[in-house]
Design a binder for this molecule. Structure first.
Ligand SMILES: Nc1nc2c(ncn2[C@@H]2O[C@H](COP(=O)(O)OP(=O)(O)OP(=O)(O)O)[C@@H](O)[C@H]2O)c(=O)[nH]1
Ligand SMILES: [Mg+2]
Length: 430
């Protein structure tokens, strides 16, 4: 997965000083991980306690002088802020410090750009980066330069060329429109693939969760496949779908991009279509890293819920899988059982709890079937075998108008049979 040697050397030369401001002491561990993933060295950190960051300079005046001294003392050559900065804050900071300043969003976008594999993933990341740059009045030249990968810093830093900004903005808007059109096209292809899957009538399960929670590891453990697993953030960007069996019924399982706190909204938007597609599954398995401490676990669960809500998947039937329990002692496991009584404790690494996870997936899936009563005219008799494929066993009765059937239909297939419905009751549970 190594990029060119040049990329690594360039990144290795970047030494970041991390900054944050807010009412509570910042935890820099996640930003450290993000920078590690982006292959940027960490030279130090600085936090200022204040109710809200300064709207013009992020830090207060005095703290800025301190920061400047720290940059020199630690031999840092880039400042990375753990919040998304206004472009005004970023510009002023760069002027006062004489060092490139980037924010958390830029780092995440950079990692996504580096990890995107599929053609669609690349388009999505490019769209997100352009919108981010456009909103910060950065030039397109810089964007193109980064795509070419020839020069520039490891993570995107501002350069000269501000004078060209207007032309660039127009070019950027054209490029954005072009990317949107191409992504629409990709969406059409996916819709066709989904229609095929629906005809195949397989129930779908999607793994969602915080980055590095172990989604790909679980996908591999459940399906016996070999999706790549790495201890780095946002390793998986493109949904990977595999099939597996529970009690003789085949399911499709999809691995999705990881979430993170303060996930850049440009990315949520750009990945919206693929996420929507994956998260429209019959069941979402929310995978969480249970080896995290209590506070971190709560924050990660909340961040995932937020993104699920944002993508409109908040109301899908959901199952919580607490992963990595192999590293927990009995007491912590009991605490987790008490706090999350409906969750399954599992380890993708050791295979512990996988049987329970399969049972829970099956039980949840069966509970999402909607009981339907249909009247299928004899002329449409062919639809009955189609229904049988999706619904399994069903009761049928021949009447003068046609066949009356009572069946339990997967939510994803309801639309296909709705026009025959005579008496549908909504029996789903969440
Ligand atoms: N101890 C332990 N480690 C695990 C377990 N599952 C995954 N890991 C480790 O956690 C790290 C991340 O695993 P992945 O499966 O790549 O996580 P992911 O959720 O797919 O991550 P992204 O694709 O980056 O969002 C790897 O180093 C795994 O080896 C587990 O059950 N126990
Ligand atoms: Mg993954």
């Amino acid at each position: 997965m190594q990029k060119g040697q040049g990329t690594d050397n360039r990144r290795a030369r970047q030494r970041a000083l991390m900054i944050a401001a807010g009412p509570d002491q910042a935890d820099f561990s996640e930003l450290t991980e993000l920078l590690r993933t982006a292959r940027v060295a960490v030279a130090g950190e600085m936090f200022q306690r204040r109710a809200v960051p300064d709207p013009d300079r992020y830090f207060g005046k005095g703290k800025l002088a301190e920061l400047k001294a720290e940059i020199a003392a630690r031999d840092a050559n880039v400042v990375v802020c753990d919040d998304e900065l206004f472009s005004r804050q970023e510009r002023n900071l760069e002027t006062e410090l004489g060092t490139p300043v980037i924010d958390r969003t830029a780092v995440i976008l950079d990692i996504f750009a580096d990890h995107a594999g599929s053609a669609e993933g690349k388009l999505q990341v490019e769209l997100a980066q352009l919108e981010y740059n456009l909103s910060r009045m950065r030039g397109l030249w810089q964007h193109l330069e980064r795509l070419g990968g020839a020069t520039g810093g490891g993570v995107a830093t501002r350069g000269p060329g501000e004078t060209q900004i207007e032309t660039d903005r127009r070019l950027a808007r054209n490029r954005i429109a072009d990317l949107r059109r191409r992504l629409e096209g990709a969406k059409g292809t996916r819709a066709t693939m989904r229609a095929e899957r629906e005809r195949a009538a397989l129930p779908t399960v999607a793994l969602a969760g915080y980055t590095n929670a172990g989604k790909s590891t679980l996908l591999n453990a459940l399906t016996g496949s070999e999706v790549e697993v790495r201890d780095r953030l946002f390793h998986t960007l493109d949904p990977a779908t595999r099939s597996f069996d529970i009690s003789g019924r085949a399911y499709l399982l999809t691995d999705t991009v990881g979430f993170i706190r303060k996930l850049p909204h440009q990315l949520v938007q750009a990945f919206g279509a693929t996420l929507e597609e994956a998260l429209g599954a019959d069941l979402l398995v929310h995978v969480a890293d249970a080896s995290a401490d209590e506070e971190e676990l709560r924050a990660m669960l909340g961040a995932v819920d937020d993104v699920l809500d944002e993508t409109g998947a908040g109301d899908r039937p959901r199952l919580l899988a607490l992963n990595k329990v192999d590293v927990l002692d009995a007491e912590r496991r009991r605490e987790l059982t008490f706090r999350f009584p409906r969750a399954v404790q599992v380890s993708g690494e050791t295979g512990e709890g996988l049987a329970e996870l399969r049972d829970a997936i099956e039980a949840r899936f069966l509970a999402t079937l909607l009981p339907m009563e249909l009247l299928v005219p004899y002329a449409d008799g062919g639809r009955l075998s189609e229904l049988h494929d999706v619904a399994g066993d069903m009761e049928r009765e021949d009447t003068a108008e046609g066949v009356v059937v009572r069946a339990r239909v997967p939510a994803s297939a309801v639309a296909r049979f709705e026009r025959y419905a005579v008496n549908t009751t909504n029996g789903s549970s969440g």
